[in-house]
Design a protein around this ligand. Sequence first.
Ligand code: ATP
Ligand code: MG
Length: 571
Amino acid sequence: MPDFKSDPQLSGGGESRDFLREIVRRDMLAGAYDGRVVTRFPPEPNGYLHIGHAKSICLNFGVAREFDGVCHLRFDDTNPETEDMKYVESIIRDVRWLGYDWGEKLFFASDYFEPLYEFAARLIRDGKAYVDSQTEEEIREHRGTVTEAGRESPYRDRSVEENLDLFARMRAGEFPDGAHVLRAKGDMAASNMKMRDPLLYRIRHATHYRRGDDWCLYPMYDFAHPLSDAVEKITHSICTLEFENNRAIYDWLLDNLFQEPRPHQYEFARLNLDYTIMSKRKLLELVEEGLVSGWDDPRLPTIAGMRRRGYTPEGIRLFAARIGVDKSNSRVSMDLLEDAIRDDLNARAPRVMAVLRPLKVTIANYPEGKVEWLEAPHWPRDIDKEGSRKVPLSREIFIERTDFLENPPADWIRLRPGGEVRLRSAYFIRCEEIIRDPATGDAIELRCTYDPDSLGKPAKGARKKTTAAQWVSASHALPAEVRLYDRLFTTADPESAGEGRSFRDFLNPGSVEVLTGCMLEPGLADASPGDRFQFLRHGYFIADEADSRPGSPVFNRIVDLKDRYRLQPGK
Ligand code: ATP
Ligand code: MG
């Protein structure tokens, strides 16, 4: 088990002193809850988790770790229409993969239907809740507006007996959907609209993925959530800012049904990430409409997608720690996420050579049939790791097409006619002749010579102004498919697409580029699905978990080496 408390990445913030941790610290010092800290992560199993959820997971599990507390994983599954066991399974897998553990504390709100029903009955008996038989439209009309008080329901003064009877019959299935609802007796003139007799229960004749047809009476989020927190003895119930106004209901319910110390709700700003979307409904649309290849499409901000893309849990936790938690909503640049992923991969991904767009080079003065196995380091000098492998050099090699230009600008540091470049971990070569496609005139091969004295010697003179190019021996090269990913959308905030436009209109048609016929150094034949490398000068790559096979690898680019994007609208 990793050491969470001493590792700021794992704890999700280490010594960070954000306002939530201040509150928890204050409560600890004051002896509230007898020093207990219990948080929870409460996903609804109606979709896959995404990077926004990861922020909440790192926060809730991170706070619990730092304060010797526990964090519950609770499925908030009170809505029969959209929930499914496959989402429960994916969520469990994703939270575990992120590196967090809930021990025995796995809960389902749908296991609380009975106690929740009893709490509601108690509110009725105390004269604090009533069965309303208005239609949905009537309820809406009576609610009033921000500037105008609402009006009380004509059913508000039903007797306790009548309310209890109706509520029991709602549960027993005597009424169709929408015939009645249970409401709290709030204040129809409250300035916080949420307090205008909030709905607590509704009738839904639908099959629940866990409870089947046991229930046709379902609690609303505003009722189920605080009471589930109280049942589990949560201390700090952390949610996103949209629920700020719901806190009044939270407090009202718990003050009426529990005594201090009872759970309290705190809100933080949700994560909004540029060039992607975070709404589960819209992500579901992308998946169901086939606009992406599935929930684990490497372009998606889902945890499953990021895992397939090659992001590491450590990199994601580092990102969460760096963005911190705040009380005002803002957007976060994709660069911040990619920087964290790069920073994590830098010390864990060995360097290897891959030629993605090959150009053949024949080294004319290199003896035919000769093969040299040259020592090439896996790590650059600034990384405190040892390790190297041997790569074969022979007369015919591939270099990167983009490493040669026939008429380059003056500051060109790669190969040009008559110019030199170093083959990485090998010799300098000089371009002597261009072999052309007779039909198009394009260069299809270069004839070069090599300098047998240049191996391992520092470059001097004009050579110092050139770069070292990756290469692979043609007869040893391992052919591979490589997938390069770019942003999924062409605009930073596709969810605010504007009048009459959909986020679909901003899908980036160049979000994936599949390169076949890439040439890799032969040692990569041993790569197992999930292995990560830095392809020198190309970025970080992972052998795809689904499609890669030893001997015929498929690599995904996890992230480029720098935050440069080749995004061209309309590409
Ligand atoms: P839904 O619209 O289905 O409610 P949701 O994104 O809120 O979608 P939940 O399953 O309810 O999904 O979310 C579980 C937890 O994750 C909640 O506590 C929620 O506050 C948190 N969460 C969801 N999205 C984000 C986000 N973008 N940033 C931070 N936390 C988030
Ligand atoms: Mg939600």
